[in-house]
Design a protein around this ligand. Sequence first.
Ligand SMILES: CC(C)(COP(=O)(O)OP(=O)(O)OC[C@H]1O[C@@H](n2cnc3c(N)ncnc32)[C@H](O)[C@@H]1OP(=O)(O)O)[C@@H](O)C(=O)NCCC(=O)NCCS
Length: 174
Amino acid sequence: MLLIRQECAGDAEVIAALHAVAHTDTDIRVPALVGELRKGSAWIPQLSLVAVENDDIVGHVLGTRSSVGGRDLPAIALAPLGVRPDRRGRGIGYALCSAAIATADAAGESLLGICGPAEFCARAGFVPAADYRIDWSGPAELYVRALNAYQPAFRGEFHYAAEFGAPVPQQPVG
Ligand SMILES: CC(C)(COP(=O)(O)OP(=O)(O)OC[C@H]1O[C@@H](n2cnc3c(N)ncnc32)[C@H](O)[C@@H]1OP(=O)(O)O)[C@@H](O)C(=O)NCCC(=O)NCCS
């Protein structure tokens, strides 16, 4: 049975190991990035979610404080998202994303952004950022999902937390 739950004390090492094997196609050191984010102000404990199967952590998604426009419109960046290679294609990534969306929506957040595979993002209900007049200067396409608190005035440039580096991640860090 698959369980999605919030990260708890003692999970950090397993989460780092998971991202080390999940993200082999990016120059970004994803485990170190998660460690930096965990120490910073962008960290939102309720949005560090793990997928657990038979007592094993098989996936993780992190939602961190980001912003839109002149940094005064709070948004959430979903990154990284990773599923253990031997457990892919069974709905775990989708379940993690859905749980993060529901948690962010219940917390009154307005908008989520994610850089990831187009088909996966579409399946999780994300659309190209331009559809919402959200500007993005990164090389990987940004997809967004508006939540219940979204207002049409919510537009401008999407900014990841500073830990992701300036100006933007060079590749999807999902
Ligand atoms: C992307 C990733 C998280 C997907 O996890 P997963 O558990 O295999 O995904 P799911 O099984 O929940 O797939 C959900 C849907 O997205 C599609 N999908 C999943 N991975 C995909 C990929 N890499 N490219 C295109 N489509 C993909 C699936 O076909 C599925 O669609 P379906 O339900 O219509 O069959 C996983 O492949 C991964 O960890 N990749 C490496 C890190 C990464 O690229 N992260 C992406 C950030 S969004």
